[in-house]
Ligand binder design. Structure first.
Ligand code: ATP
Length: 347
C-alpha cells in the first residue's frame, strides 16, 4: 500500500482548465472520497492518478515513485503503476466465469498454479463470491458484478484502488449494502482508496476524509464530521448535509465566546475567523422554544420516522430547516432559538 501526493497539479483540455493547482496528500491506507457536482473535475483527477491522462502542470507521487511530472515529461504507464481501478460499468470479461475474471490478472503475471488458486479463493471468499464462482457475468446482479470487479482488484494486491462512481448503476437499497462491502474491503486490505462520487451520503458513510471539489478545485479536504460541523464556504455548507446559510453582523469576540447579530437577535456563534459574515445553521442548531428570540412560521412538516423535518420561514422570508419530535401544522407560529452555529468568512 502507498501514500499519494499531488503537487500543484493542473489539467487543461484544449487550453481550457479542468483542474487548477491541486495539491493534496493522501495517507497510506486512507479511504478518500472526491465529492462534487457534475463537471467539477473528479474523474479527471482520478484518471491522472491512474495514468490515463498526463497533467499539464505539477507532479504526482504514489509511494516512493514519481508517477507523473509535467515539467520533465515523466509518466509511468497505467499498467506499471500497480493500481486497481473499479468502474461504474464493472468492466468484466463477458466470456469468462467469475473465477476466471478474478484470477486473470494472476494468469497474466504467470503465477504458479497452486499460488494462483490460493489467492483467487481468498479473494472470492473476501467478497462473498465462492458460491457464484462458476457463473458467467451475465448471470449476476449489478451488486454481484461489482463484487467481482472488487475481487479482481484484490488479487492484484494493488498499492491503491481508484473507484469511479462504482455504485451509480445500482438501486438505492443495493447501494447501501454495497457501501458495507466497500468499507469491509477497505478494512480487510488496508488499501489506499480514492472513491469518486457526487452523492454526499455515500461519501459521508464510507470515507475517512472527503475532498469537496468545485470548478476544478478542492475547496475543502476534511473528515465528514468537520465538513458537516465546520464548513469553510457557502458551497460546502450547502453541498454537505442539510442546512441554511444566513448573514450575520456585529461580530464580537470576548475570550472564547463569540457573539453576533442575526436579523436583530443576539446569538452565540462558533468560529475561528476574525470577521465571519455567514453562519451555517444545521437542524441541530435550531431549537423550538416559547421564548425563542426569532419568530417563524411552519411552512411544511415531513415525517422522517420518529421525528419531523420542519421547513420554517422567518418574517423576512428566509427559510430554516429544523427537526422536532412533535408535528406542527402549516401556518403555526413558532419561536426558535439559535444554538451556537458555525460561522465563517466569505467574500
Ligand atoms: P461527472 O460527475 O459528470 O462525471 P466530473 O466531476 O467527473 O463530472 P470531469 O469528467 O472530470 O468531471 O470533467 C471536468 C471538466 O473537464 C468538464 O468540463 C469536462 O467537460 C472536461 N473534460 C473532461 N474530459 C475531457 C476531454 N477528454 N476533453 C475535453 N474536455 C474534457
Amino acid at each position: 500500500m502507498a501514500d499519494i501526493s499531488l503537487t500543484s497539479v493542473e489539467k487543461h483540455f484544449d487550453g481550457i482548465p479542468a483542474l487548477h493547482a491541486i495539491s493534496a496528500d493522501i495517507q497510506d491506507g486512507e479511504f478518500i472520497a472526491l465529492l462534487g457536482p457534475s463537471g467539477c473535475g473528479k474523474s479527471t483527477l482520478l484518471r491522472l492518478l491512474a495514468g490515463f491522462e498526463m497533467p499539464t502542470a505539477g507532479t504526482i507521487r504514489i509511494g516512493s515513485t514519481e508517477m507523473a511530472n509535467a515539467q520533465t515529461g515523466r509518466s509511468v504507464a497505467p499498467e506499471a503503476r500497480n493500481i486497481g481501478f473499479v468502474f461504474q460499468s464493472y468492466a468484466l470479461w463477458p466470456h469468462m466465469t467469475v473465477r476466471r475474471n478474478v484470477c486473470y490478472p494472476l494468469e497474466v503475471r504467470g503465477l504458479p498454479k497452486a499460488e494462483l488458486i490460493r489467492q483467487t479463493d481468498a479473494a472470492l471468499q473476501a467478497t462473498g463470491l465462492q458460491q457464484l464462482a462458476g457463473r458467467m457475468p451475465s448471470e449476476l446482479s449489478g451488486g454481484q458484478r461489482q463484487r467481482v470487479a472488487l475481487a479482481r482488484c484484490l488479487v492484484s494486491d494493488p498499492d491503491a484502488v481508484l473507484l469511479d462512481e462504482p455504485l451509480a448503476n445500482l438501486d438505492v437499497a443495493l447501494r447501501a449494502s454495497m457501501q458495507e462491502v466497500f468499507t469491509d474491503f477497505h478494512s480487510r486490505t488496508g488499501a489506499t482508496m480514492v472513491y469518486v462520487t457526487h452523492d454526499q451520503t455515500e461519501a459521508m458513510a464510507m470515507a475517512d476524509r472527503i475532498a469537496v471539489m468545485s470548478e476544478g478545485r478542492i475547496v475543502q479536504f476534511d473528515t465528514p464530521e468537520t465538513l458537516y460541523t465546520q464548513p469553510r464556504s457557502r458551497f460546502v455548507a450547502d453541498f454537505v448535509g442539510e442546512g441554511t446559510v444566513l448573514p450575520i453582523h456585529d461580530v464580537r469576540h470576548a475570550g472564547t465566546q463569540s457573539q453576533a447579530q442575526l436579523y436583530g437577535a443576539q446569538i452565540t456563534i462558533q468560529t475561528d475567523a476574525q470577521r465571519p459574515n455567514l453562519i451555517c445553521l444545521r437542524p441541530e442548531n435550531i431549537r423550538i422554544t416559547e421564548t425563542g428570540n426569532l419568530r417563524s412560521e411552519v411552512k411544511r412538516s415531513t415525517y422522517l420516522g420518529g421525528r419531523y423535518r420542519l421547513t420554517l420561514q422567518l418574517p423576512n422570508g428566509m427559510p430554516l430547516i429544523a427537526e422536532s419530535q412533535q408535528r406542527y401544522a402549516a401556518g403555526t407560529q413558532l419561536g426558535v432559538s439559535i444554538d451556537a452555529p458555525w460561522a465563517f468568512a466569505e467574500a
